[in-house]
Structures are given as C-alpha cells and as structure tokens.
Ligand binder design. Structure first.
Ligand code: COA
Length: 205
C-alpha cells in the first residue's frame, strides 16, 4: 500500500472521489491529473499533470480514475492494470456495506449508498450517492449505479451498463451489458439487448 493517491479527472466526479479519499484518511497526499491544462487546483488539491503523465507516477502513487463515463473509465483502468498500477477501492465512511460483499478494485462507493449482504460489485464501478443494492446482486465491471437508484434482491447488471438517477429495478432481474436506463425509469422484466431504455415500465428508445 502506497501513501500517496493520484486521481485521474479533477472535475465533478473526480471531486466527489477526492472527497471520499480525504474522508478515508488513508493517504498522506492526494493529487489530480487532468487533461484540461487550465485547472491548477481542485478541491484544494493540486493538479500535477495530464493523464499522459500517469506513467511517471505509477510507482509512487496508488491511482484511481475519477471519470464518470463508463467506457473511458474502463479504457484507462485496463491500461493501468496492464502497467501494474496499484488501484484502491474507495468507500465513503457513511456508506453501509453488508456481510460477504465483494467489491472490485477501482470502484467508488459514495456517501449514503447501501450494499446489502452477499452482493458482488465488479472493478471500476460507481455506486453513487444514496443508491441501494440489495442482497445477492451481481454488478459487473465498469457499471454506474447513479444517485438514488434502488436495486431489489438478486439483480444482475452487465458490463458497462449505466442506470440513470432514481431508477428502480425489481427483484431477480438481469440487465445485459452496455445498457442505459433513463432517469426515474422502472425495470420489471429482463433486458436482454444492449440499448437505451426509459419510462415506467421501461421501453427501448
Ligand atoms: C436515458 C437517457 C440517457 C437518454 O438520453 P438520449 O439518448 O439523449 O435520449 P433523448 O433525450 O433524445 O430522449 C429520447 C426519448 O426518450 C425520452 N426520455 C429520455 N429520458 C427519459 C426518461 N428518463 N424517462 C422517460 N423518458 C425519457 C425522451 O423524452 C425522448 O422521447 P421522444 O422520442 O418521445 O421525444 C437520458 O435521458 C437519461 O435519463 N439520462 C440519465 C441521466 C442521469 O442519470 N444522470 C445522473 C448522473 S450521476
């Protein structure tokens, strides 16, 4: 474990990630990389270079990707893993994690989120503010569960899918890879084709 943390991405999502890291009180120093050269500081923390500079710091820092877009986050994490980066898990001290929950590297669990027992969360996921993931869920890699989403028991969400703010998924439902579920939408049947789904209950658009 290294005592320095580098966060790639210093804007909205990166700031929330930094806030969690500060509250975890585990790193002596935290800094950002961001491709916008106009940003010198964010959350009071220094931006020490662009994402291309990550290799200069890979031995000294643990590295976390603070980028909300699932595809971009996946691409950067896969590159970082190839180069042997140390990638932590970030869990806000006010998140609740049940027994026998497994959370993959590079995942952030935000304030007020609840992950109930026996659920598995993959690598590089975002479990956003105040979302609830009930028992025996399986959330695959690079999924974003937005703020206020509620997943009932035994839900499965496939690789890279994004559940929009306030959406709800009923129990025993499977959502396949590469889906977007709209804000406030409700999923009551399996989604087997990648696509954009909205409404109550969801329809494909
Ligand atoms: C689902 C979503 C991704 C679709 O975006 P899009 O592909 O740009 O689609 P459009 O805005 O062109 O909408 C397509 C149709 O779906 C409807 N629609 C879009 N989002 C909807 C929603 N959440 N609920 C109901 N209908 C919705 C639109 O009204 C439109 O209908 P129409 O063709 O009858 O006019 C987006 O609307 C959404 O809900 N994003 C979630 C945002 C979010 O959760 N942010 C939090 C981040 S932390």
């Amino acid at each position: 474990m290294k005592n320095k943390l580098l966060i790639i991405g210093a804007s909205g999502h990166g700031k929330v990630v930094a806030d969690i890291a500060l509250k975890m009180n585990r790193w002596q120093s935290i800094a950002f990389l961001d491709d916008n050269k106009g940003i010198e500081k964010s959350m009071g923390l220094e931006v020490i270079g662009t994402s291309d500079d990550v290799f200069t710091h890979i031995d000294e820092y643990e590295i976390f990707v603070g980028i909300g877009n699932n595809t971009t986050r996946q691409r950067i994490y896969e590159m970082l893993e190839t180069f042997g980066a140390s990638i932590p898990v970030l869990i806000h001290p006010n998140a609740i994690i049940g027994s026998l929950v497994d959370i993959g590297i590079g995942t952030a669990v935000m304030a007020g989120a609840i992950v109930n027992c026996c659920s598995k969360i993959g690598r590089g996921c975002i479990i956003n503010t105040g979302s609830t993931i009930d028992h025996d869920n399986c959330i695959e890699d690079f999924v974003h569960i937005s703020p206020g989403v509620h997943l009932a028991g035994t839900v499965k969400v496939g690789l890279g899918s994004w559940l929009g703010i306030g959406s709800v998924v009923s129990n025993n439902i499977t959502i396949t890879n590469g889906c977007k579920v709209g804000a406030g939408s409700v999923v009551v049947k399996d989604i087997t084709e990648p696509g954009v789904y909205v409404g109550v209950p969801v329809r494909r658009v």
